[in-house]
Ligand binder design. Structure first.
Ligand code: 3HC
Length: 295
């Protein structure tokens, strides 16, 4: 089966990026949002990225126009009825995702493949809200979607082989590398990344080093593009706290337990770059590390 038309639900950071790379790969791509306002915001994000790409001479104005011509926004779920693949990137709430997929299941033809971009929820629990478990899988993209080269392709114990094959082909068409994994909380990347990030906070709390020293250690000593605190601020402390909580619930292993400092910062609204403050203060350039956090 070949994927030609794609529906993306949610035009936040992840959804708009996914829609962009889907259109970049030549697929007609429909983006569904709950309001015109959110849709416009998502579209503006895509247009901004493409504009910057043209300015950096990474793509031509013709390519940008072709990508934009393949993208359509809607607030009416019925416009997704004929899609070959529908990819969900709404908030990380299992019930909201189950309700959405149940609705789509009634709307779409039996061959439409459903996928979730969840980073930590169970694909199996989502798929049971539909009558098409064999046509359901996870496609986990990374932030920032247009630049990150990986997608995790997550099969459940009942995902059909041809569905996984079609998803792998879709991912390759976007120019990204797929890795196959099974439906176990955190999949491959977050299973390794989340304990590492949480351990960085514990190291800070234990006085092993300052924020910038720990960041520099991992950046210069291990070649990571961002140190753990810069990455935490980039991903969002609330997102990390939420994922860690789900992983801890699942595995009951201490390495997944969110450290108290992370919880305190989330409660205080220090969520990282998006709120202007996390482990660094972004009101100044370059951002200033907030080393008093552990005092
Ligand atoms: N159009 C086209 N190309 C663009 C572009 C645009 N608008 N903007 C940037 N680029 C290109 C650049 O030209 C550059 O290309 P080059 O390598 O050929 O020169 C490349 O993209 C990198 O861009 P920049 O040089 O501007 O940016 P950096 O080198 O500073 O990299 C980064 C930015 C990719 C974000 C890098 O810092 C990084 O990889 N950080 C780590 C991000 C990460 O780990 N993400 C995963 C988070 S975890 C997650 O998402 C899972 C979830 O479940 C929590």
């Amino acid at each position: 089966m070949k994927i030609r038309t794609v529906g993306v639900i949610g035009s936040g950071l992840m959804g708009s990026g996914i829609a962009q790379v889907s259109a970049q790969a030549g697929h007609r791509t429909m983006i569904l949002e709950v309001s015109r306002e959110l849709l416009d915001k998502g579209m503006q994000r895509i247009e901004g990225f493409l504009r910057a790409g043209v300015e950096k001479e990474k793509l031509t104005a013709e390519t940008r126009d072709r990508i934009l011509s393949l993208l359509k926004g809607t607030t009416d779920i019925k416009d997704l009825a004929d899609c070959d693949l529908i990819l969900e990137a709404i908030t990380e709430n299992l019930q909201a995702k189950r309700d959405l997929f149940a609705k789509l299941d009634r709307l779409c033809g039996p061959s439409t493949i459903f996928a979730s971009n969840t980073s930590s929820l169970s694909i199996t629990e989502m798929m049971t809200a539909t009558s098409r478990p064999s046509r359901f899988l996870g496609l986990h993209f990374f932030n920032p979607v247009p630049l990150m080269k990986l997608v995790e392709v997550i099969r459940t114990i009942v995902t059909a082989e041809e569905v996984e094959a079609a998803a792998l082909e879709f991912v390759r068409a976007t120019g990204k590398t797929p890795i196959r994994t099974s439906d176990r909380t955190g999949f491959i990347v977050n299973r390794l990344l989340v304990p590492y990030i949480l351990d960085s906070i514990r190291a800070l709390e234990n006085g092993v080093g300052t924020i910038e020293e720990i960041d520099a250690g991992m950046r210069l000593g291990c070649g990571h593009p961002m140190g753990p605190f810069t990455l935490l601020d980039f991903v969002g402390l609330d997102t990390t706290y939420y994922i860690a909580g789900i992983m801890f619930d699942e595995f009951k292993e201490a390495r997944f337990a969110p450290p108290p400092l992370l919880k305190r910062m989330v409660l205080a609204g220090m969520l990282g770059r998006k709120t202007g403050k996390g482990f660094y203060d972004y009101s100044q350039s370059p951002p200033v590390p907030l080393n008093h956090l552990t005092a």
